[in-house]
Design a protein around this ligand. Structure first.
Ligand code: COA
Ligand code: MG
Length: 281
């Protein structure tokens, strides 16, 4: 009981520098007006990149991620929205120069998640716990085998098919949150980034005691906050031992509350988006 109360208190005491946001794109059907509001509030190079997506679903997820970054930086660093300049490093990781605010975005299926932290590297990854591949599960596991250690496979290969899928995505989120926190993305060998879980994930609770080994050496300076959020797994990787906080669901209006227009209106851009299919058939 004491531990539960402590966790609730800690999660409600989050400082404004520390945020966890989630947005549900499946229930967001942007009108022309809303789409225009969204793309006019992001940088022109990001607008162009998002315009190249074939499907609405991908464009929506990516623009929401951009708006989350802009909202976090403008509210936390108290910089006017239109003065923010997000850059991308050589591995494509978004960042801003000369600032101790760190952030990361992830999307899968209908959800977009965001984690923001001060003075702490942060990576986030989300996966829906359901197998979506065209191949059989065993073929998929065979192809993914090289990304995991033998110990990790032993852990994954336990229980029913559903349990195996959930555990696979748990390990995947752990690995990706780490490579996103250090910024390399998938350029490093994931087999050398190994995780040892101490307990199963539980709904409405956090797991924070999973250990990381890199090249067989335990990394005590990295912590992982693992969440089961509806039927998604979310993992936040941090290089500081700090308490986990709850994800807050944002509405579109909350997201653009402080937004300022950065670019001109663009009727053609809007029409092209409205005509797109939502997702592959
Ligand atoms: N480090 C940290 N963050 C990065 C990044 C990097 N090197 N590169 C991009 N990002 C950020 C961006 O904000 C990006 O959003 P955007 O594309 O809208 O700009 C966001 O992370 C994407 O994260 P996520 O939604 O988790 O994407 P992903 O899982 O497809 O890919 C990477 C994330 C960065 C690891 C990418 O290198 C990659 O190629 N992943 C392959 C994924 C894969 O094979 N999945 C199979 C799962 S079973
Ligand atoms: Mg991912």
């Amino acid at each position: 009981m004491y531990i539960i109360i402590k966790k609730i208190l800690q999660s409600s005491m989050s400082s404004p520098n520390r945020v966890r946001w989630v947005f549900d794109c499946e229930n967001w059907f942007p009108s022309k007006n809303e789409w225009s509001h969204a793309f006019r509030s992001i940088q022109s190079e990001e607008k162009e990149r998002i315009g190249r997506f074939v499907f609405k679903r991908d464009a929506k997820s990516s623009i929401i991620g951009q708006l989350m970054i802009m909202k976090y930086l403008s509210e936390t660093a108290c910089v006017p929205w239109s003065n923010i300049k997000i850059k991308r490093d050589t591995n494509n990781k978004p960042f801003i120069e000369d600032c101790n605010l760190n952030f990361n975005v992830s999307h899968d299926e209908s959800l977009v998640v965001f984690a923001g932290e001060k003075n702490t590297s942060v990576g986030v990854d989300i996966m829906r716990n359901h197998y979506k591949g065209g191949k059989s599960l065993s073929e998929f596991f065979r192809l993914m085998h090289r990304n995991f250690s033998l110990k990790e496979w032993d852990y994954i290969n336990n229980g029913t098919e559903k349990q195996k899928i959930n555990t696979f995505y748990r390990f995947w989120c752990l690995k990706e949150s780490y490579v996103k926190a250090i910024g390399t993305g998938l350029t490093i060998n994931l087999r050398n980034v190994c995780f040892v879980p101490k307990q199963d994930l539980k709904k409405n609770d956090f797991v924070t005691d999973t250990e990381l080994y890199v090249n067989n050496e335990v990394m005590h300076n990295w912590v992982f906050h693992e969440y089961l959020y509806h039927d998604y797994t979310i993992t936040v990787c941090l290089n500081r031992n700090i308490h986990p906080i709850e994800f807050k669901m944002l509405s579109f209006n909350e997201l653009i509350y402080n937004a300022e227009y950065i670019t001109e209106d663009d009727e053609n851009y809007c029409n092209i988006f409205m005509a797109k299919e939502n997702q592959p058939k």
